[in-house]
Design a protein around this ligand. Structure first.
Ligand code: NCD
Ligand code: ZN
Length: 334
């Protein structure tokens, strides 16, 4: 089967050796990817965006057609002037991390209203606001739910600001996004379409599927799947592929993040096929995200063949999602 080349609208590519290791998996499957700014140090300014983009481009083999879509972190000290400079350097979105809710979110936002001048500037510049939708300090399973009123308030006060609720995990979040205007969308990850909290802590602890927001109840997953295969343009792919070295996962203070990049398309094809929704896949992976971001659709096709493969235990020191499992679809190498 063929699929228009895809957009991953939420990926962590990291820096240095990790970037060099993981980039190929994303490039093999995606024509574009929205690159998250929670590096260390973070991507905050136009200069940071230019440097980070260059470090990605420098690693691309000659002739490879891949476009990193760059983001910056929206932090309490972000200024209106910086927003204008960020737009001018080609950034497409600003990512807001509430304080302390996930990897590298220390010093994040606690006062969402204080950033109203920044949302205003982003609205004027046509920059997308990407929200990690979890409320700091709330009980872990309720953090997304408690954040939805913040999303509703920003959406009401900035009707022309494009807002993405990243990696939605609950039925409540899906219903909230459905009810809001066309300026509000949500990304869905592959892992949240596959797993529930039981896969993380229901038996022995599996740190490799521990992520933020944590996977929720089976009923929530059912609603996420229904949203993904619904053909509703508000819901599109953002894998949140978030590689951490095995030693940072299998330890006393394990990092949050699931590394899904190596299985991204094969896992989605298998899931959509299982639900009799293959005809809806291309819109989810290759159309709705591009349309929301105001980008042209990608040219060219990804060819998939029915050829079973076993997901390796490790790629460059990171354990991928679905490792050891046999998947039915493979990407045909050129
Ligand atoms: C992400 C990471 O590792 O950078 N972790 C995660 O659990 N999803 C950050 C994020 O997107 O929350
Ligand atoms: Zn993420």
């Amino acid at each position: 089967m063929q699929l228009r080349r895809i957009d991953d609208m939420h990926v962590h590519l990291r820096q240095g050796d990790m970037l060099a290791g993981v980039l190929a998996q994303t490039v093999k499957q995606c024509a574009r990817a929205l690159v998250m700014p929670n590096t260390s140090p973070a991507v905050l300014t136009a200069e940071d965006v230019v440097n980070y983009r260059q470090s990605i481009l420098d690693l691309l083999p000659v002739g490879v057609d891949f476009k990193p879509l760059m983001t910056f972190k929206v932090v309490p000290s972000t200024t209106v002037l910086q927003i204008k400079e960020l737009k001018a350097c080609g950034a497409v979105a600003g990512k807001l991390y509430p304080d302390g809710v996930t990897t590298n979110s220390q010093g994040g936002v606690t006062d969402f209203k204080a950033l109203y001048p920044i949302y205003q500037a982003m609205q004027e510049e046509g920059l997308v606001l990407c929200l990690h939708g979890e409320m700091p300090g709330a009980f872990s399973l309720d953090r997304e739910s408690k954040f939805l009123s913040v999303l509703q308030a920003i959406a009401a006060d900035f009707p022309d600001l494009k807002i993405v609720l990243e990696h939605a995990t609950t039925a409540e979040a899906i219903q909230c996004v459905q009810a809001l205007g066309p300026n509000v969308a949500a990304t869905l990850t592959v892992h949240h379409l596959y797993i529930t909290l039981d896969d993380v802590i229901g038996g022995n602890l599996n740190p490799h599927v521990f992520c933020k927001p944590v996977a929720k109840r089976p009923e929530d997953r059912d609603v996420l799947i229904a949203a993904a295969i619904s053909g509703n343009a508000k819901f599109f792919l953002g894998s949140d592929s978030a590689p951490h070295h095995i030693s940072a996962k299998e330890c006393a203070c394990g990092a949050a993040g699931v590394y899904t990049a190596p299985v991204l398309v094969p896992a989605l094809v298998e899931l959509f096929e299982k639900h009799g929704a293959l005809a809806k896949l291309e819109r989810f992976t290759s159309e709705f995200g591009a349309n929301f971001y105001g980008l042209p659709l990608n040219e060219g096709m990804l060819i998939l063949e029915e050829k079973h493969w076993t997901v390796p235990d490790e790629y460059h020191g990171v354990k991928p999602f679905l490792s050891g499992l046999n998947l039915k679809w493979s990407i045909k190498e050129n």
